[in-house]
Design a protein around this ligand. Structure first.
Ligand SMILES: Cc1ncc(COP(=O)(O)O)c(C=O)c1O
Length: 387
């Protein structure tokens, strides 16, 4: 039985709340509300005029100009050399790649180590592929990093994949170089592929730069990273991303994909190359930083202790009530304040006691929607100090 996708459920709940006419403010899905920058749209229009983009892309791992631009972007951002011919594969968004990697590597009896809380795609696909999952709890006390020493040897022996994600969805936590060093060593010792989901690689604030697994000496032997243009360039609908790193992993994923899909519309890949080469995301980052401060300061001012994230566009906050579960609190928040947030348990059992609020708020041009969120939460009586 295939479980429903978390956000398909959330869309249903939102539609129910809107039906009677409520003005719901959606802090649910992390989908940039700002449009794709115009120069990228112009690049697509130009590329679509080129008949060469109207045909199948028969290259082995993706549109060459796109892979080349991705490798250059990675070197610029993270200082690591990648061979676009052998160490990269183009994806129809990173979700597709993360999902198909499980199908590439997991057979019945194999284990995928996945974060709890974490993006649901890792574990759902590992299970659908017939594998087992081992959940590493990510706790506030450990900076939401997995405790590698707590993973049983028997699990490590059977594990094929170890998914990690930093900047982290849903907590906004970031990784350290020391963590990646440990993770690379652990995966080398146990012959596991380290899968680093970096969908939010460059969504970071105040000059912070998240390190990457591939910056660690010898990481290409055991690690593959997933990158996306979705969150960086406001391109979620375009469906384009790439994986890079370990050559075997890239080849294996590419082989599975060549039996399943025939890549994206090459004009999209061409516009993606343009984005990677020519566009920075400073404008969007400034907007998210302003919203982050407004939301966190606003909620703190009404007595709800909330920490501002260093990266990602998510605010992960403790439920300000001990008499409600995450799901109950979010249901009350929607009912009383018409504010939609995601219960932490949507990302795993370790999310109990927390909720996630996204800073991608549609219609928030000058902070008006987030001011309204703070006002409604204060009025809802859900934050105890105001009761
Ligand atoms: C942690 C994480 N990884 C991957 C993705 C997938 O992004 P895309 O398929 O748009 O590249 C998302 C999307 O929300 C995400 O939150």
């Amino acid at each position: 039985m295939i479980p429903p996708y978390l956000f398909a459920e959330m869309a249903r709940i939102k539609a129910e709340a809107i039906a009677p006419g409520a003005d719901v403010i959606d802090l649910g899905i992390g989908d940039p509300d700002l449009p794709t920058p115009q120069p990228i749209i112009d690049a697509l229009a130009r590329a679509a005029q080129n008949p060469a983009t109207h045909r199948y892309d028969e290259s082995p791992h993706g549109w060459r100009p796109f892979l080349q631009a991705g490798a250059e972007w990675y070197r610029r951002e993270f200082g690591v050399e990648i061979d676009p011919e052998t160490e990269m594969v183009q994806l129809i968004g990173s979700k597709e790649g993360l999902a198909h990697l499980a199908w590439t590597y997991i057979d019945p009896g194999d284990v995928a180590i996945v974060p709890n809380p974490g993006y649901t795609v890792y574990w759902v696909n590992a299970l659908m592929a017939g594998g087992e999952i081992y959940e590493t709890p990510l706790r506030e006390t450990n900076g939401y990093l997995p405790d590698l020493s707590a993973i049983p040897t028997e699990i490590a022996r059977r594990a094929k994949l170890f998914y990690v994600c930093y900047p982290h969805n849903p907590t906004g936590a970031v990784a350290t170089r020391a963590f990646y060093e440990d993770a690379v060593r652990f995966c080398r010792d146990h012959d596991i592929l380290l899968v680093n989901d970096m969908a939010y690689a460059t969504v970071a604030f105040d000059g912070f730069r998240n390190p990457t697994a591939l910056q660690i000496e010898g990481a290409k032997d055991v690690a593959v990273e997933f990158h996306s243009l979705s969150k960086t360039f406001n391109m979620t609908g375009w469906r384009i991303g790439f994986a890079l790193g370990n050559a075997d992993a890239v080849q294996n994923l590419g082989r599975l994909k060549s039996n399943l899909d025939s890549k994206a519309f090459p004009a999209i890949a061409d516009a993606g190359a343009y984005a990677l080469r020519e566009v920075d995301n400073c404008g969007a980052l400034a907007t998210y930083a302003r919203r982050r401060d407004q939301l966190c300061d606003g909620l703190n001012s009404i007595g709800w202790k909330v920490q501002a994230p260093k990266a990602s566009f998510y605010v992960w906050a403790r439920i300000p009530r001990s008499d409600m579960t995450s799901a109950e609190f979010c249901a009350e928040l929607l009912r009383r304040a018409h504010v939609l947030a995601i219960p932490g348990t949507g990302y795993g059992s370790e999310g109990e006691g927390y909720l996630r609020m996204s800073l991608t708020v549609l219609g928030d041009l000058n902070g008006e929607r987030l001011a309204e969120v703070v006002r409604r939460v204060a009025e809802s009586g859900l934050v105890p100090s105001l009761v």
